[in-house]
Ligand binder design. Structure first.
Ligand SMILES: NC(=O)c1ccc[n+]([C@@H]2O[C@H](COP(=O)([O-])OP(=O)(O)OC[C@H]3O[C@@H](n4cnc5c(N)ncnc54)[C@H](O)[C@@H]3O)[C@@H](O)[C@H]2O)c1
Length: 337
């Protein structure tokens, strides 16, 4: 299946197919120098499979984990490309999750003011979300994604077979983002989360999520408006995440917690059940005042209140400015007493 992302400039194809990794050379232009970026947690067989299809490939493996999304790693990648004599006509391929994709994408955007970038996402989160839309970034001074660029890939190759090696907690983590997209944009997909067998229908979940994200990105490439709906659950989620050293929660798990207060009271128990089915957290031992404080530092916080997206009916969202008192009140539903 090929899903085309139609942008004014720099449109590209997302190619979804079982085993497509083994046919990458038929789809991507690998007949040049290819800088393959992966991490130590990604089974090396995926990068090696790609390497075998390159004319002149080089695999660069970064340590797994969010800490690799750093200026230090960014510089290391650029230096290696320079050392290997990469030119503007060569390309970078990310083989990994969102960490590898964001870092390799930003490297591709910057090297010689931009070389071709291909993304081969290997986690659920990166297949349904981060590989689409061209956001690339590294973290700086503890602030996530604060340095980066909008830089669209030339193509995205999604092989769901690679998810067979992904730990189950990371599968659920990515599904939280898919569930988020169903709530704002696709009632039928939420129905699958609520009543169906998600794991038996992973292809449907992934492709439907891609369709939603693609449609949003096509209408708002650089997050001027509509794209903010992708941040549903993220205002509270990011606030919880900023305390992550204490709780060790993954991004999608924080988003799961962040979505619940933003659902209408009738919908909330249904979403809670859907999250529990995926073994995602629905409660946290954290002081609501701590979450509120962290939210005040968030970029979505405005002087008149906090910009939020809420959902009362699956598939339909409401954007509004919420007063801190109301937010505090809504937060109660996720605080473990
Ligand atoms: N660019 C965007 O639009 C966007 C959107 C959402 C999130 N993000 C970013 O994505 C990152 C999180 O991405 P993630 O959840 O994919 O985390 P990740 O990239 O850290 O991957 C999770 C773990 O899974 C391992 N792994 C990857 N593929 C595997 C496989 N097939 N089998 C076994 N192990 C595998 C990795 O080594 C890592 O340890 C964050 O940095 C976040 O900021 C970016």
């Amino acid at each position: 299946m090929v899903i085309h992302v139609a942008l004014n400039q720099n449109g590209y194809d997302i190619c979804f197919s079982h085993g497509i990794l083994f046919r990458a050379g038929e789809i991507l232009d690998l007949n040049r120098k290819v800088f393959i970026v992966t991490d130590t947690g990604v089974p090396p067989v995926y990068a090696d499979t790609l390497l075998k299809q390159c004319a002149q490939g080089h695999v660069y493996t970064i340590p797994q984990g969010e800490r690799s999304k750093s200026i230090f790693q960014f510089e290391a990648l650029l230096s290696k490309m320079l050392e290997l004599g990469f030119t503007r006509k060569d390309c970078v391929v990310a083989v990994g999750g969102g960490v590898v994709g964001d870092l390799a994408g930003f490297t591709a955007a910057s090297y010689m003011r931009g070389v071709d970038f291909y993304n081969v996402p290997t986690t659920v989160l990166s297949q349904v979300d981060s590989s689409i839309g061209g956001k690339t970034a590294v973290n700086l001074n503890g602030i996530k994604n604060i340095v980066g660029a909008f830089y669209q890939p030339k193509a995205v190759l999604i092989d769901p077979d690679v998810l067979k090696t992904l730990p189950v907690r990371h599968i659920s983590n990515g599904l939280a983002e898919a569930l988020k997209m169903s709530l704002t944009s696709d009632g039928a997909l939420f129905d699958l989360f609520e009543h169906g067998d998600v794991y038996e229908n992973m292809d449907t979940v992934i492709t439907r999520s891609i369709e939603i994200k693609k449609s949003v990105v096509e209408q708002d490439e650089k997050e001027q408006g509509l794209r903010k709906i992708l941040n549903f659950g993220h205002t509270i989620g990011h606030a919880i995440e900023s305390e992550e050293d204490l709780h060790g929660l993954y991004h999608g798990e924080c988003v799961a917690l962040g979505m619940l207060p933003m659902c209408g009271t009738q919908l909330r128990p249904r979403v809670k059940k859907a999250l529990e089915k995926l073994s995602l957290p629905t409660e946290i031992e954290m002081d609501e005042a701590v979450i509120m404080q962290a939210m005040k530092h968030d970029k979505k916080s405005e002087s008149s209140g906090i910009a939020v997206t809420t959902v009362n009916t699956p598939g339909a969202y409401v954007s509004s400015i919420m007063q801190p008192e109301e937010l505090m009140d809504r937060l109660q539903c996720i605080i473990k007493r």
